[in-house]
Design a protein around this ligand. Structure first.
Ligand SMILES: Cc1cc2nc3c(=O)[nH]c(=O)nc-3n(C[C@H](O)[C@H](O)[C@H](O)COP(=O)(O)OP(=O)(O)OC[C@H]3O[C@@H](n4cnc5c(N)ncnc54)[C@H](O)[C@@H]3O)c2cc1C
Length: 363
């Protein structure tokens, strides 16, 4: 639908579109300064997604008061009031198909939840490669279709705790995006080939400085988060080991990467040296362990021009009763995932029934 309505320019790569406007590489680099927000540098990313991210920053950013857990906390009572139930730490083993139709989901603990309709937000790779029986995914053509999309970049996270308030430490409310130079694509390639090269992008964020009621919950403290890309392949050899027990070599590698990332923080804010109380490093295996993403993807599917032209990345699947939602059918981000929810709801209940909800959203 988008392809039919929207100009072709939106589906070209970001760099090519911007290079038609200027040959000033510094200016292009400034325009693409938030490429980390979709995890793809400008010569690989889709201009449409770049344009949406760049435009949304013109109106500033948003932080949920109380932290990101408040999103779930606000939605769960609505789900329950409508007769729904929410289970946490409840892994689906597989989607049960009978006579070609959805019959329910089998949970990892052996329970079968019977239902005629399953909406999966676990990501398309998980849904078709892990949760659906392989013969059914292949017969429906999804095994072949998945070859046309790639996982987004994997990442490292450093979660830092400090025993001073953001105000005492002078922490900013803005994010830092740190790059080695203006050649973002080159920096990604160099780093992928040689891990001693500088990180192609380092994002530093100050959640406690942004959250107006953080100190009511955690007086006298502050938090900082660092995110940077790291290829999944670097960690693959520890894939089958249990979280927290992956061995000394894994811990040493994590520590080395964590220390490297901490130098980016101290370089920008040297006054924090000696003030950090604690930090913990996550790797793509942590994202796999906690979020289920098979290759530790930061943003589900990669936002390449090809991905946005896959007509099968939509709510309705060819398997009766199975629907998709979440970032993979629209774009990454909390808003992308939320609007994917609206899209899937519209596809299931029809445009007429969704109209009152849309009125409330836009009034
Ligand atoms: C470090 C980091 C920072 C980010 N920062 C921002 C930000 O500041 N702003 C922003 O807008 N976006 C941000 N994003 C992106 C944003 O979090 C995602 O785009 C968004 O959460 C996608 O929502 P989703 O519902 O599609 O998928 P998810 O939020 O990933 O939800 C999918 C869920 O499916 C579950 N699941 C998978 N397999 C199974 C299974 N077998 N059984 C049961 N459950 C399963 C997973 O556990 C997960 O809870 C960030 C992402 C990361 C990783």
């Amino acid at each position: 639908y988008l392809k039919w309505k929207a100009p072709d320019i939106l589906f070209r790569n970001t760099y090519d579109v911007l290079a038609e406007l200027t040959d000033n590489q510094d200016l292009i680099a400034v325009w693409c300064g938030q490429w980390g927000d979709m995890g793809l540098p400008p010569k690989q990313s889709t201009f449409l997604v770049h344009a949406m991210i760049a435009r949304h920053y013109m109106y500033g950013g948003y932080y949920p008061v109380g932290g990101s857990w408040r999103i779930a906390d606000s939605i769960i009572p609505r789900i329950k009031a409508a007769g729904g139930e929410v289970f946490t730490y409840a892994r689906v083993e597989n989607i049960v198909i009978e006579n070609g139709k959805v019959r329910g989901v089998k949970m990892q603990d052996g329970h079968l939840i019977e239902c005629p309709c399953v909406i999966s937000s676990a990501g398309v790779s998980n849904t078709f490669e892990e949760l659906l029986p392989a013969d059914i995914a292949a017969k429906a053509g999804y095994e072949r279709k998945l070859k046309d999309v790639q996982p987004s970049s994997a990442h490292l996270g450093v979660y830092i705790g400090l025993k001073h308030t953001a105000e005492e430490l002078g922490l900013p409310k803005t994010n830092f995006w740190i790059y080695p130079d203006n050649d973002y694509d080159g920096a990604v390639d160099r780093f992928s080939e040689n891990k001693t090269e500088p990180f192609p992008v380092v994002y530093i964020s100050f959640p406690s400085a942004k959250d107006p009621n953080y100190l009511e919950r955690h007086p006298g403290t502050a938090t900082i988060e660092i995110v940077a890309p790291a290829p999944y392949e670097w960690f693959e050899k520890w894939r089958d080991k249990t979280w927290g027990k992956r061995g000394d070599d894994y811990d040493a590698f994590k520590q080395e990467l964590g220390e490297r990332l901490m130098t980016y923080l101290y370089d920008k804010l040297p006054e924090l040296r000696g003030k950090v109380d604690y930090y913990e490093v996550s790797t793509p295996l942590s994202t796999n362990w906690f979020g289920g993403y098979q290759r530790g993807e930061l943003y589900g599917l990669s936002h390449t021009p090809e991905r946005l032209q896959q007509k099968w990345l939509r709510p309705k699947t060819t398997i009766p009763g199975l629907w998709l939602t979440g970032q993979d059918i629209l774009t990454c981000g909390v808003t992308g995932a939320m609007m994917a929810g609206v899209l899937t709801t519209t596809a299931i209940v029809g445009v007429r029934k969704i109209a009152p909800l849309m009125k409330r959203i836009y009034s």
